[in-house]
Design a protein around this ligand. Structure first.
Ligand SMILES: NC(=O)c1ccc[n+]([C@@H]2O[C@H](COP(=O)([O-])OP(=O)(O)OC[C@H]3O[C@@H](n4cnc5c(N)ncnc54)[C@H](O)[C@@H]3O)[C@@H](O)[C@H]2O)c1
Length: 336
């Protein structure tokens, strides 16, 4: 009845994303054996009670304030357990505090579930918290990813709104690199009702509408500010879309693919080495393998800038003592 009976540990489960995620795991028929963890006992019990009151058939959901208990024998871990952004903050304002949580989480995974098959890190800045978790966990890079889809789904949304077409008529939307204000919003393979974005920028129309260079630049800017806009509109950071897309990623891991959006991937070598960043991935029995993004010189220049920014954030975390120096990574995690 459910896609998997294996244990899924959801961390940050009292929070907005975590509690919605547990509901989504059950509502989509993805997983029924769930451990909910959060340090806040009252809200956690409340979130678990709500799930029990949904009365999902066949569900086996437990809650605990003991992270080791939640992680023990987990096959999958999904974590939104960290501080969210408030209005006026960037994702990077969360850097130090959330990377400390990520370092401890990596060590807890190493102790309690070294055989885990897949870890999805959501809490921000996700590229850096995901990297910190990976290095400290000792896991192979294909087993740790970050939620990186929302910038691309925001691009799809905005283009559909611009052309007045159904959202799924906009295909191939991709943002790569960092999940932050310095993300690279690619023109790449984006098409609107089958018409490539390059043709639209060159004068083609869809639904009677064209796209000027200026409008494209505004759309890219809108996408970069997509998360901040939700905070402004709702008074809190987005939670429905991250919960849903994380569950879609887990479904892809279990099925072995069929996920159209970029995911956080670690590159061991090549032009984007030693960071975790949004990229297309192949889904293999061992986990994900990132593909180096390809694009026009303009797209690749934006990606290079985004990569350099990620390196800077990574180096800040190394300087803060939350990640070992690059030269020691292999000793801490032989897979790197
Ligand atoms: N990657 C993305 O696309 C994306 C999108 C939206 C939000 N986020 C991020 O997700 C995170 C969670 O957002 P939210 O709206 O659910 O916040 P929230 O405040 O509603 O929930 C966070 C929960 O984490 C718990 N927590 C705190 N420290 C913890 C720890 N060490 N281990 C486990 N849990 C801990 C808190 O008690 C709280 O219940 C934030 O960092 C937010 O910025 C990421």
């Amino acid at each position: 009845m459910y896609l998997t009976n294996k244990k899924v540990a959801v961390l940050g489960a009292a929070g907005a994303i975590g509690s919605n995620l547990v509901q989504d795991l059950l509502s989509t028929g993805t997983a029924c054996n769930i451990a909910m963890y959060d340090p806040l006992a009252g809200p956690l019990e409340g979130a678990a009670e709500e799930i029990y009151h949904c009365a999902y058939p066949g569900a086996s959901v437990m809650w605990t304030t003991d992270q080791a208990e939640a992680l023990s024998n987990a096959s999958y871990v999904i974590t939104s357990g960290g501080a969210p952004r408030k209005e006026g903050m960037t994702r990077e304002d969360l850097l130090r505090g959330n990377c400390e949580i990520a370092r401890d989480l990596g060590e807890a995974i190493r102790r309690n579930c070294p055989e885990v098959e897949f870890v999805i890190v959501i809490f921000n800045p996700a590229d850096v918290t995901g990297l910190t978790t990976l290095v400290n966990s000792g896991l192979a890079p294909g087993k740790v990813t970050t939620l990186a889809a929302l910038d691309s789904t925001r691009l799809q949304t905005r283009l559909a709104q611009h052309f007045g077409v159904p959202q799924d008529e906009v295909t191939g939307c991709k943002t790569y690199g960092g999940h932050g204000e310095k993300m690279a919003v690619f023109k790449g393979g984006t098409k609107v009702c089958g018409v490539p974005l390059d043709d639209l920028l060159g004068g083609a129309t869809v639904n009677g509408k064209g796209l000027s260079q200026e409008e494209w630049a505004q759309i890219q800017e809108h996408v970069r500010g997509g998360g901040a806009r939700i905070i402004k509109l709702r008074g809190r950071s987005s939670y429905q879309s991250p919960a849903h897309q994380s569950v879609e990623m887990l479904r892809a891991r279990i099925r072995g693919g069929d996920y159209p959006w970029p995911c956080g991937a670690y590159f061991k070598d090549g032009p984007f080495a030693n960071v975790m960043m949004a990229a297309d991935v192949d889904w293999t029995p061992e986990g994900i393998v990132g593909r180096i993004p390809q694009g026009s010189p303009e797209d690749m220049a934006a990606l290079q800038e985004s990569y350099e920014h990620l390196c800077k954030l990574r180096d800040e975390i190394i300087a803060a003592g939350l990640l070992p120096p690059l030269s020691d990574w292999k000793a801490v995690n032989p897979h790197l």
